[in-house]
Design a protein around this ligand. Structure first.
Ligand SMILES: O=C(O)CCC(=O)C(=O)O
Length: 264
């Protein structure tokens, strides 16, 4: 299974509309991949809090339209990162996942909002549902950015059958070491692939970490981006998850939680 992570530069000198067009064409260029992943809140910028309300979209708004079309044209599973979703008065940080026919198959509303008593934590409502995506051979568990700091969410996704985690983010440069360390930790402790796709550039005065990263179920880094816009393309072997879990069956030794489902 071939995956492409598109680490988009999110700078405020590009309009949301122009970025949407540009990203749609980058997705179309990934034809031949099985899975394409985009970062968190790439239309508006994860730290552009002052623009959240103005750029909020209904679920089936302009980003949905552009990404559904791009997924169908490229014939890929597309984790289209997240948008500021408006439902009634509430805003959510909502990820959209499309099938290769361009059908919206899953949405995920970020559960852990970042900012403590500011920013996203006060402007957005929290999701409350774990979400997995039935990609053939490699079921995905999804999480968003700050969620990476909460291992219980990932354990829940393993219990729901995830063999790989997709984590779109807009992680800031000043905590880049945490980003790569936590991505590897989630892979090692759950014996699963981690595909963590961040943003490049600077918006709202916050330089982004870049360094999108793909980690295998043994914790080896398969690919890691630099700080600029970049596309990472990696080949994943779903059998490696089963093999790692069989050869070093640490998940079987869990005392405090349920056993993950066994696969034939
Ligand atoms: O946890 C962090 O250090 C960054 C999280 C973040 O930027 C976010 O969730 O938007």
């Amino acid at each position: 299974m071939r995956a492409s992570l598109i680490q988009i530069a999110v700078n405020q000198d590009e309009s949301v509309h122009a970025r949407r067009q540009r990203v749609a064409s980058l997705v179309r260029e990934q034809r031949g991949a099985d899975l394409v992943v985009l970062p968190e809140l790439w239309p508006v910028g994860a730290f552009a809090y002052e623009s959240f309300a103005a750029e909020a979209e209904p679920l089936e708004g302009p980003t949905f339209e552009a990404m559904a079309k791009a997924a169908a044209e490229a014939r890929v599973w597309l984790h289209a990162g997240s948008i500021v979703e408006r439902e009634g008065e509430a805003l959510y940080n909502t990820s959209l996942v499309f099938s290769p026919s361009g059908e919206l198959v899953r949405t995920y509303r970020k559960i852990h909002r970042f900012g403590f008593d500011e920013g996203e934590a006060v402007l957005m409502a929290a999701g409350d549902e774990l979400v997995t995506v039935p990609v053939p051979d490699l079921p995905l568990g999804v999480a968003t950015c700050y969620d990476l700091r909460f291992p219980e969410l990932f354990r829940g996704l393993v219990d729901a059958g995830a063999l790989a985690f997709v984590v779109p983010a807009g992680w800031p440069e000043r905590r880049r070491e945490h980003w790569t360390l936590l991505a590897r930790a989630r892979a090692v402790e759950n014996q699963a692939y981690v595909l963590a796709c961040g943003t490049a550039g600077t918006h709202a005065g916050v330089p982004q970490a870049g360094h999108s990263i793909v980690v295998d179920p043994w914790g080896e880094v398969l690919a890691e981006a630099g700080v600029d816009e970049e596309i990472l393309t990696v080949d994943l072997d779903p059998a490696k998850v089963d093999l790692t879990r069989k050869q070093f069956p640490v998940l079987r030794d869990r005392v405090l939680g349920p056993q993950p489902p066994t696969r034939a």
